[in-house]
Design a protein around this ligand. Structure first.
Ligand code: GLU
Length: 317
């Protein structure tokens, strides 16, 4: 059997918070439980949001917890680079493969056009693309290109993608009706997350993707895109609940009190791990525990499906 290859793929757009750490921990445990290896990929595609200093800091923080990796980050490895901002050529090759299959088209729509009142709103807050630029003639494209640099979209078929999530079970989506033609490269030339994540998971030989439930809805598109790029084997996907603050709001990288910096001043790594393992339902009280002790305790069946509100007193000092 092939070795499990897990990965943690944070975006260095701020200091990581407990939710990111929770995801890093579960991805690590899921891979280590199967004697798998772990990759750390830095998803800094968006130059406006990402900063290298955050990428450096998050590596230091992961290592403080013992959440190590075999390849990636600044450590490198056989699939270098592991930093997405250094992978433009690889993403461009994927774009060209799809272009040769005539699956892509330039999209000149403005944000306002994309968000018109009659554009169907999708459950994840996106709008279903109307297809306005799908059938432009080459002349119309050339005319519009004089005014505006286009984004690139991929045409999706009326196809139902079905997969088995390790936690949330059977999922299915009709691509045309529920995802729509999606963007692979923005008008400013930045490659889209959907493309980069697929290309990288494939080229790095990732077999297990563990990440937040907020990305569950991206998975059918990613599975389909992997197939279009010739994937012989798809990774298994396991989405995990989000960690919310005590009022049920999503944690933000700006939440000072729950920043790792602040928590590290008051708790040991084993105390923080124990609290997270308790939230993940791997242990029945928030006691100090080591990563090595946690590995055998990890089981998908134990992880709650509902998002997790932080109990007010859990991280109180
Ligand atoms: N970079 C994404 C994030 O930080 C995660 C992407 C993924 O795991 O596929 O939310």
């Amino acid at each position: 059997m092939k070795q499990t290859v897990g990965r943690f793929a944070p975006t260095p757009s701020g200091r990581i918070h407990l939710g990111n750490l929770f995801c890093g921990l579960l991805a690590w445990l899921a891979a280590r439980k199967e004697n798998g290896k772990m990759i750390l990929r830095i998803e800094d595609l968006d130059p406006q949001r990402s900063r290298m200093e955050y990428a450096e800091k998050l590596q230091e923080e992961l290592l403080w917890f013992g959440l190590d990796w075999d390849e990636g980050g600044t450590k490198g490895g056989q699939h270098s680079p592991y930093i997405q901002s250094q992978c433009d050529e690889t993403y461009q090759v994927a774009i060209e493969i799809l272009q040769q299959k005539e699956m892509l088209y330039p999209c000149f729509c403005s944000r306002a056009e994309l968000h018109t009142a009659n554009a169907p709103h999708l459950s994840d807050g996106r709008y279903l693309y109307s297809g306005a630029c799908r059938d432009l003639t080459p002349q119309q494209q050339a005319e519009k290109a004089k005014q505006k640099t286009p984004a690139l979209r991929v045409k999706v078929p009326e196809q139902v993608i079905c997969f088995e999530d390790l936690l949330y079970g059977t999922q299915q989506e009709n691509l045309a009706q529920q995802a729509g033609d999606f963007m692979l490269r923005r008008a400013d030339g930045v490659f889209a997350y959907q493309l980069a994540v697929v290309v990288d998971d494939l080229r790095m030989g990732v077999t297990q993707v563990v990440r937040g439930r907020d990305l569950l809805g991206c998975t059918p598109r990613q599975i389909w895109l992997s197939q279009q790029l010739g994937a012989e084997r798809l990774p298994q996907y396991g989405h995990i609940p989000l960690v919310l603050d005590s009022e049920g709001n999503r944690l933000s990288k700006r939440d000072g009190a729950l920043s790792l910096d602040c928590l590290r001043q008051h708790f040991t790594s084993q105390q923080i791990l124990g609290k997270l393992a308790f939230l993940a339902n791997l242990i029945d009280c928030p006691k100090e525990i080591s990563l090595q002790e946690l590995i055998p305790l990890f089981e998908w069946e134990k992880i709650p499906k509902q998002d997790i509100c932080l109990p007010t007193n859990l991280f109180e000092v």
